[in-house]
Design a protein around this ligand. Structure first.
Ligand code: SF4
Length: 414
């Protein structure tokens, strides 16, 4: 999480020692009152669901003024109300009151603080650049600045780094079994990163291998839906022996379409983002390998583009199980009703998309690909896989209060 300008303004004059709580409260209030900062905050406002605070309502009732729906603002308010003496003490107390997934990095004038939630849903890594410590969400960020990877911050670990004491580590939360986000392996992380000691690229390639074993099909060409489908398509082609080719070319300057606000923009976004390599796919039976199907909008457009360009058949192979549940741990997925897999079987989705065949990797196949040879252990899953299974490792209490229904077959959250 990055502090926004108002938070920076509020905290900037503190160096880690906070004997004067009213001064901090005053600084935060000044940041909130400043109209210039308020404009910036409105422009940056974006709903997220990474961490929920049981006490948000209480904070509001006790006079805290929220300027955004950002989780980090909630943490800042909790820190401001803490009686802790130092910023790390205050952050620790604040984070004990939130639930969900978070990886927080904060700086004072003299300290660098990193904290990972007790389940370790989101990644956080520690590197070294000369004698200096570096914190980043992924190892690829360390490569970019020439830092060496030291280790992952462990689930539930808090590190406080300063010049005099170096790195101090402790575990302020109740220990829990870790539940790293399995979708980091499929989509979020960059393929040039290492997660859990495994190359993300190699894991994705292995997902393609598993997919080819589980869902073979007679065809002429394996094409990735770029970019996140690329390593899985390479694995699929290698395992199946079907030639691999770049049938779709991605415009590198476009963002991700599944978070665009309206269907019209999403539809246009697909055409702007992806174009078909006509000469390659004309007359061929094409297997398209994609990372996931969310609403199905993008998949349908891509199928149309491929058929318009003269492909004989389109088969979809998907590198994750059907996304039937929303993520409440920091991913802006649509409501459950808008997820194609929430109301359709695999065959119904195939008919809806209008493709010759559609197959998703099984949840056990995905677990095997990420390095769990026995597949998913339903009693103690090694990962968070809630968007596929409906088994939420942290009960989404705020969503339940709004009427969200949990899966009846999923194990109850701890
Ligand atoms: S619900 Fe899905 S995307 Fe969200 S943390 Fe769990 S596995 Fe990752």
């Amino acid at each position: 999480m990055q502090p926004d300008p108002a938070q920076q303004a509020a905290l900037g004059e503190f160096d880690g020692e906070l004997p004067d709580r009213p001064l901090l409260d005053q600084a935060i209030e000044e940041g909130i009152r400043n109209p210039e900062l308020r404009r910036v905050r409105k422009a940056e406002r974006a709903p997220t669901g990474r961490a929920r605070c049981r006490e948000c309502r209480e904070l509001i009732e006790r006079g805290s003024i929220f300027q955004s729906s950002s989780d980090s603002e909630c943490i800042i308010h909790l820190m401001a109300r803490s009686m802790g003496r130092t910023l790390p003490d205050r952050m620790e107390e604040a984070l004990r009151k939130v639930e969900g997934a978070f990886s927080v990095v904060a700086m004072t004038a003299t300290q660098l603080i990193g904290v990972r939630d007790p389940l370790g849903v989101r990644p956080l890594v520690l590197g070294k650049l000369g004698e200096a410590f570096v914190l980043a969400s992924e190892t690829c960020a360390l490569d970019i600045i020439g830092a060496d990877f030291e280790r992952e911050i462990k689930p539930g670990e808090m590190v406080v780094i300063d010049e005099t004491k170096g790195l101090q580590s402790h575990f302020p939360f109740r220990p829990q079994r870790s539940r790293f986000c399995i979708f980091e392996h499929v989509y979020f992380s960059r393929p040039d990163s290492i997660q859990g000691g495994r190359s993300v690229y190699e894991t994705r390639r292995q997902i393609g291998v598993e997919l080819a074993r589980e869902a073979p099909v007679d065809a002429d060409l394996v094409c990735p839906v770029p970019d996140s489908g690329t390593p899985a398509a390479i694995g699929f082609a290698h395992e199946s022996g079907i030639p691999y080719g770049m049938g779709i070319i991605r415009n590198q300057y476009m963002g991700r379409t599944f978070i665009e606000p309206t269907e019209q923009i999403r539809n246009m976004g697909v055409r702007l983002k992806l174009n078909v390599n006509r000469a390659l796919i004309r007359g061929k039976r094409v297997i398209l390998v994609d990372d996931s199907v969310v609403r199905g909008t993008t998949s349908q457009k891509i199928k149309e583009m491929i058929l318009d360009a003269g492909a004989a058949e389109v088969h979809f192979r998907i590198a994750s199980p059907p996304t039937a549940w929303p993520c409440f741990y920091g991913v802006d997925t649509p409501e459950r009703e808008k997820l194609l897999a929430s109301s359709m079987t695999e065959e119904q989705m195939r008919a809806h998309l209008g493709v010759a065949s559609l197959r998703f990797i099984s949840i056990d196949g995905l677990y095997r690909a990420v390095g769990v040879p026995g597949g998913r252990n339903a009693a103690q899953p090694a990962y968070c896989d809630a968007c596929f299974s409906g088994d939420y490792p942290v009960k989404p209490t705020d969503q339940l209060a709004r009427g969200f229904k949990l899966s009846e077959t999923a194990e109850p959250a701890e």
